[in-house]
Design a protein around this ligand. Sequence first.
Ligand code: ADP
Ligand code: MG
Length: 394
Amino acid sequence: MTGEIPSLEDLPIVEGTRVLLRADFNVPMTDGRITDDGRIRAALPTIAWLRGRGAAVIACSHLGRPKGAPDPALSLAPVAARLGELLGAPVALCPEVMGPRASEMAAALAPGGVLLLENLRFDPGETSNNPGLADALASLAQVYVDDAFGAVHREHASVMGPPARLPCAGGRLLVRELEVLDRLQRDPERPFAVVLGGAKVSDKLGVIDALVEQCDTLLVGGAMCFTFLLAQGHGVGDSLVEPDHVDACRELLEGGVVRIPTDVVIAQEIAASAPTKIVPATAVPDGWKGLDVGPETAGTYADAVRDARTVFWNGPMGVFEIEAFAAGTRTIAEAVAETKAFTVVGGGDSAAAVRKFGFEADIDHISTGGGASLEFLEQGDLPGLRALREGRRA
Ligand code: ADP
Ligand code: MG
């Protein structure tokens, strides 16, 4: 699959070639400050490769969810500044996504120069996959590189349009992400353990369906375990549940691959000061919510991770943002860091948890695309990848 996607080496890049680079600079920000620049760092190998060949780079990305109009709080200005620091070279920010300024600034770029267009989603055509926006973006450059793994599951203009208009390739990050997912999907070394948590079971039923066929054990935590417990007829108190998905959960449990918690940490409210109790997972009292897996569950899940040869983890085991409900997630993160297995973590919050607990360096691959990695594992392909595979060749 990855082999069919053209790579940087396939592009006709010479001194001064203008390259449109779709990156994923959708970084977490608080009050206009970047709190985690991981996604910017992840794009550096491709940018360095392009500049090393004398290309002029016109980078573009979305940030957050502006409503199809400029929103100063979601400007890419902080990203341009941070990217400039990391590259040790100035990165100009074009105040528009398309228009005369974008054309002028792109045309004026020197070899090795880097320009960043303003947030793609300031233009309503990005999410509606508007051909006019695709034309405008493509007109800025001579070739197109997609390194935005976190966006390849979206049929958006900057992902779908340029590959049909310009010679195209996947960047270093995109190729690396696909190699890793391919390894999980095609020929995982066994035992293959999958750990899934997070907030919503509805987000993850599709991938669970696909993964139960491929893995040896699928360990469920997070809020979604309560829909499974409900499916077995247990009381779940005020825990988050999605009753519409109870039947699907019951069916999944029949296969014997899916395992659910035996004990959970409960509280009456999601607050650092709330008193907590550890109870059997089958007996969450009314008025209480399950907010983390219990120590027995965390221990058995961690053992399965340690015994595995391949591990994929998506979704925290509890409300790890609050210390009182973080122990389950920390125990899993530690096991994923320690195991001899090939380890892959996907999901924005799971990745944040791994970094928060200091285990980043001991994990083989932390995906920059949570949604994209889940959809890839579920469907085996993604729209943006098809666009590259079917796109123009040099
Ligand atoms: P990821 O970003 O890694 O894919 P999700 O976005 O699916 O993960 O879920 C992360 C969120 O799930 C976290 O904010 C966490 O607080 C929340 N969460 C985990 N367990 C529970 C729970 N038992 N009750 C409520 N929220 C939970
Ligand atoms: Mg998330």
